[in-house]
Design a protein around this ligand. Structure first.
Ligand code: SF4
Length: 441
């Protein structure tokens, strides 16, 4: 029986890259690989990269540089680059770093077994196609081993929105939705392996339009109601959404589907209509705020999360003030905020840039406001009883940690609940980025 080969995967970026890394490890599992957490022990090193920020590609090249020594010591060591930088840079990666054996894009990693075999035959392997075949149909069926209580599940990929700052439409391609039955089957498998909470993933997940069992196109809400029937699946979440694809049936589901958690990540990026237009977001600040009101009418306790870019090209102080005004009006329970960063090949990259110092100042002011709001949302939970899905032991002996329905981190001392337990917890106090609670019953 051949010794198992060791695979070290390093994942950057979004939840979808986390999901892709799981599937790539499973695909190479068929080639006799098992995962290792140390690159020194690896027979193959795979970097699953993200292209969302400036200098993303440069970071990959410097990371690769770290493995030069390892490759010199172990000539049979194979080095691969996957993900969005692989898709964007392709053969350039091998030109700049000749020690790289394999480059594979996010749409063709189902071909990893044959690409890996090619590298074992001493060839270079490059595949950044957008293949006709559906990669999920060609991926190995998922292993049956038990796993933790939460999982990501990609249901939609790619994006047709072409926001002026974003590389996703170029690195992930056009929107593709997986058939309903395939998604439900994978969800059932995950539940059998111990999963209680599934987060449905897509670059534009609420634009989901997968083929239903009746042959018609099903919306994300229809898919959620189908998953609602899966015994043992207790919680459903989804990310990332676009305001223009928040359909009425999805808003209604937030009000009526008990398994759909009261948390919605709905990026807006900016509060100025002029900047939203320049970003090609195809909606106004007003329509976004009206949408939030409609969602809150359906589910009053829903926690709204957002994404923000400050210092987008040509953003004036007045434009930025509009962002601050929108944030003050919406009141976010959590948010991610970044300085605009030039992405090669995107329309905004060619425009007049806002000075770095100005960007930094705006980011600090926005984050100060968002932190106040996030804290207020947490403080509101004190003395309330919430559902918590425990995920793992905490730092302190006897402590368990998990997430509430609103995706707040919750820790409970002297906790008798195991990982995978969904329990009622009374919130005792609110801390910087988490809540402390006591188990009820
Ligand atoms: S909707 Fe999101 S993924 Fe699509 S182009 Fe815009 S920012 Fe990128």
């Amino acid at each position: 029986m051949a010794e198992p080969k060791k695979l070290f995967i390093k994942t950057y970026g979004c939840q979808m890259n986390v999901y892709d890394s799981e599937r790539m490890a499973e695909a190479l599992g068929g080639q006799g690989y098992e995962q290792t957490s140390s690159p020194e022990d690896a027979d193959m090193i795979l970097l699953n990269t993200c292209h969302i920020r400036e200098k993303a590609a440069e970071k990959v090249y410097s990371e690769l540089g770290r493995f030069k020594g390892l490759k010199a010591e172990k000539p049979d060591l194979k080095i691969g680059v996957a993900g969005c930088v692989a898709q964007a840079e392709g053969a350039e990666i091998m030109r700049r770093q000749p020690m790289v054996d394999l480059v594979v894009g996010p749409q063709s990693y189902h071909r990893l077994p044959e690409l890996e075999a090619r590298t074992r035959a001493g060839q270079k392997a490059l595949d950044t196609d957008f293949p006709q075949e559906d990669k999920f149909e060609h991926l190995r069926s998922r292993p049956k081993a038990k796993r933790g209580p939460t999982a990501f599940l990609t249901v939609q990929e790619g994006c047709d929105k072409f926001c002026a700052f974003c590389v996703v439409p170029y690195t992930r391609g056009a929107e593709v939705s997986r058939p309903v039955e395939r998604v439900v089957t994978e969800a059932r498998d995950l539940v059998e392996r111990g999963v209680r909470e599934i987060t449905l993933l897509g670059q534009n997940v609420n634009a989901y339009h997968g083929a239903g069992p009746d042959g018609a196109d099903w919306s994300l809400a229809q898919l959620i109601w189908e998953l609602d029937k899966v015994d043992g699946l207790e919680r459903i979440r989804f990310t990332t959404s676009h305001p223009n694809d928040m359909t009425d049936d999805l808003i209604e589901a937030h009000g009526t589907c008990a398994k759909l958690m009261p948390y919605l990540h709905l990026p807006v990026q900016a509060g100025s209509d002029r900047i939203l237009k320049r970003m090609n977001r195809a909606h106004t600040a007003e329509s976004y705020v009206r949408l939030i009101e409609k969602i809150r009418a359906a589910r009053p306790d829903i926690l709204i999360s957002g994404d923000f870019i400050v210092g987008f090209p040509e953003e004036t102080a007045a434009d930025f003030q509009s962002t601050m005004d929108l944030v003050a009006e919406v009141k976010y329970g959590s948010a991610y905020s970044f300085k605009y960063s030039t992405r090669p090949g995107t329309p905004a990259a060619e425009r007049d840039q806002v000075p770095e110092a100005e960007k930094t100042d705006r980011l600090h002011r926005l984050q100060a406001l968002l932190t106040t709001q996030q804290r207020a949302a947490q403080d509101k939970m004190v003395n309330k009883t919430v559902g918590v899905l425990f995920e793992r032991p905490g730092r302190l002996p006897g402590q368990m940690v998990g997430k509430s329905d609103h995706l707040h981190a919750v820790h409970v001392a002297d906790c008798t609940a195991d990982a995978g337990t969904l329990a009622k917890v009374r919130i005792i106090s609110s801390e910087a980025n988490s809540l402390a609670g006591a188990l009820i019953g």
